[in-house]
Design a protein around this ligand. Sequence first.
Ligand SMILES: [Cu+2]
Length: 338
Amino acid sequence: MFIMGQECRSDTPDWVGANLLTIAGIGKWVGGMKPSYSPVAALALCLLMGACAKRDAAAAPAGNAASNPAPATAPGEVRYPLTGEIVKVDAGRQMLLVSHEKIPGYMMAMTMEFRVSKADLANARAGQRIRAELVVQGEEFHLEKIWPDDTVTKTTLDAAANALAQDTAMRGKEAYREIGENLPTFTLLDQEGRTVSASRFRGKRIVLNFIFTRCPIATMCPAATLRMAELQKAAREAGVQNFELVSVSMDPEYDAPGVLREYAEARGLDTTNWSFLTGPDTAVRHLLAQLGVIREFEGATIKHTLATVLIDEQGRITHRVDGSVWQPEDFIRRLKKG
Ligand SMILES: [Cu+2]
């Protein structure tokens, strides 16, 4: 399910009220939607779908992994962490056969079938080690938030996240990277669960931003994604070469690779040169800090700013625009110059 604002105005803080939100069925962009924009510096209070979920960790300081928003939990639903190995991908029945480890307090180790989302199914490979959330509701159960959990992937992601954290610490007050400085080194996972490092984009221009799929404020993340899609189309029409779009999730607790894939597919987004990245919260947190984007968990909400950054072929930051008020033409002009 996707949430879209039924109104696109946001100059007053009353959009915090649920009256601006409507829950639409699986769908596409609101066709022809032309949002008007909130003031540039406005901090958005993004109401998460998890509003009904309890937030014990809410009081923890922002940036603490434990302060991530709780999953959107339906009444009577219980969630268990699950680890195991995919034995078979049954595309026809949209099921994964998984040999899973013991689920303390619920089930012993066994091999059984789980229903998964179409995106998770498309990402799944037989023989792959995964971790996921087992969602049980009465007789119904399925897997959500599936992450690759093999040793190589885990080690690579953790090492990169720790290096990035150390880099922030070493830079101290200069952690924020200004125009002219390099994009920090990072390793994350894309919407297909593949490991992606910053170095993969060397030799290409990148436009990078941060979003999260649960963001219900039409003028914030959804508008940013809409802009990126416009930019992608305009860049292609203008014949811009060696150009990639990167959208990093600021909500990795919820945005597993399959969630990002579903987000892109449901909106008909073209991922041939557009990556949706997620990964350890440590990596995301330090990337946000170094690129000057604020994210704060507050109750069941995420308060965040937005920034769109242009990076050149050598990995240098050459331009940035804060907020969702930016014109694709501004970036196209700069992309054409290179
Ligand atoms: Cu948002």
